[in-house]
Design a binder for this molecule. Sequence first.
Ligand code: NAD
Length: 296
Amino acid sequence: MRALVTGGAGFIGSNLVDALLDRGDEVSVVDDLTTGRERNLAGALERGITWHRADIRDGGRLKEVFAADRPDIVFHLAAQIDVRRSIEDPAFDAAVNIGGTINVLEAARLAGVRRVVNTSTGGAIYGEADVIPTPETVEPRPMAAYGQSKFCAERYCGWVGRLYGMEAVTLRYGNVYGPRQDPHGEAGVIAIFAGRLLDGRRPTIYGDGRQTRDYTFVGDIVAANLAVAAHPEAHGEYNVGTGVESTVIDLVETNWPRDRDSRIVEREEFGATTSRLWKTLREESMKTMGRMGTAA
Ligand code: NAD
């Protein structure tokens, strides 16, 4: 299988690239290195990926790259991910997250791509939802421009399906942590706390520490991408997370005395129901087990 990963030099994208190489795919990466790092791809470059330093706002360049590499499947992770910047400069945020996604979908369609797996956010898209954990059936009411642009990009995925029949499935991640996470990023609380633990310093808790998130390991995010990419009937939007809300205090109380400060970055609570995804994955794994049973 030929796979193309946008944002492949980033935290989550580079973990996905490694997993695709492990299963024997030919992999191309598109990234402009805004927040991504070439060192995240050091191993992957040695293993022969095709590397394009390109901006997804440049639709013409994307069309050339997709036409040359002819991927079967595209994982679209490149994004403007800074929530504060999205509020300060919503036009830039939209240019990358909406305009860039449209360019990816167009390039994919013209190159005959079978499916695009799009990336969205559970934490920023639902806004002040009344139901927590929040199922996909709740209408998103994002507070930050970042959530709004991600929601709009999801709608374009639905649109290419209706107009052209191209499959574009969206995964809404919880708060992702794991290797290669940038501790200076927006959602890097576990990376920041781990760095402080290694330095022997106390973490700072913003707000009262009772704000909750659905902390999800990057390996599980990668597994969800691979499962949804393979499932013949996957469609629409899926939450990806543990389904469990954890407070910041939960993360630190066993290691450090609490420190206080205040800052509001996004909503105070987030937990997503993942029942829609689990249903898909369970069906997929049961089919796999059935095939294994037949083979044995
Ligand atoms: P990241 O910053 O490490 O990865 C984003 C990548 O996109 C970077 O490599 C960056 O250089 C690249 N990029 C940015 N603008 C670009 C442009 N114009 N053209 C080409 N490449 C561009 O962040 P991440 O945490 O790995 O995020 C990956 C995806 O997951 C994003 O779509 C993000 O919105 C989504 N997401 C992440 C989290 C999380 O907790 N980290 C939660 C929800 C959703």
